[in-house]
Design a protein. Structure first.
Length: 168
C-alpha cells in the first residue's frame, strides 16, 4: 500500500479489525519510510447490481456514493469514519440481499434512511431533506413528526407500564 504522506511503498499492518458484520476489514498501517500511520478499509469488490434512477437511467452500484452521502449527512455529528463504513456496509448487505439484479434509487435511499434513523436523528433529517427534496416547510415538518412519533409512543408505553406497576 502506498503511504499517503511520503508515497513510499513499504508499510506493515499494525492492527486489523473486522467491521460491518464481517463484510469489511479496517487496517491500521505504519509506513516503514516515514513512520506515520494511516488507515485503510477493505470491502467487497463491485456488486453486479444496477441502480434504476428516478429518470429511468441505469448505473452500476457504487458503494462509495452511499458513503459520500452518509459523510455529508453526518458532518459535524459525533459519527466517525468507522461508523460510516459500518452503515455503508449494512446498506450494501441489504442491497445484496435483494434477489433482483436491479434496485431503484428510491429503495436505496430508503435503506440509507432506515440505517441513519437508528444512529442519529439529525443526520437522518439532513439526509431525508436532500433525498426527499421537500417542496415546502409543511412536508419537512411532517417528516419530522413521523420521526418523533415512534419516540413518543415508546415513552407512553414506558410511562403506562410504570403506572400499572405502581397501581399493584
Amino acid at each position: 500500500m502506498k503511504c499517503p504522506y511520503c508515497s513510499a511503498d513499504n508499510d506493515h499492518v499494525v492492527d486489523s479489525r473486522s467491521m460491518a458484520e464481517g463484510t469489511a476489514i479496517r487496517r491500521r498501517r505504519e509506513c516503514q519510510a516515514c513512520g506515520k500511520r494511516f488507515t485503510t478499509y477493505e470491502h467487497l469488490d463491485e456488486i453486479p447490481m444496477q441502480i434504476i434512477k428516478r429518470d429511468g437511467t441505469r448505473e452500476s452500484f457504487d458503494r462509495e456514493k452511499i458513503a459520500r452521502s452518509l459523510r455529508i449527512a453526518c458532518r459535524k455529528r459525533p459519527i466517525g469514519e468507522d461508523r460510516i463504513q459500518e452503515l455503508t456496509g449494512a446498506v450494501e448487505q441489504k442491497i445484496i440481499g435483494e434477489s433482483e439484479k436491479e434496485i431503484s434509487s428510491a429503495k436505496v435511499g430508503e435503506l440509507v434512511m432506515d440505517e441513519l434513523r437508528q444512529v442519529d436523528q439529525v443526520a437522518y433529517v439532513r439526509f431525508a431533506s436532500v433525498y426527499r427534496s421537500f417542496k415546502d416547510v409543511t412536508e419537512f415538518m411532517e417528516a419530522l413528526s413521523s420521526l418523533l412519533k415512534p419516540e413518543k409512543e415508546s415513552k407512553r408505553k414506558k410511562n403506562g407500564k410504570k403506572k400499572k406497576e405502581t397501581d399493584k
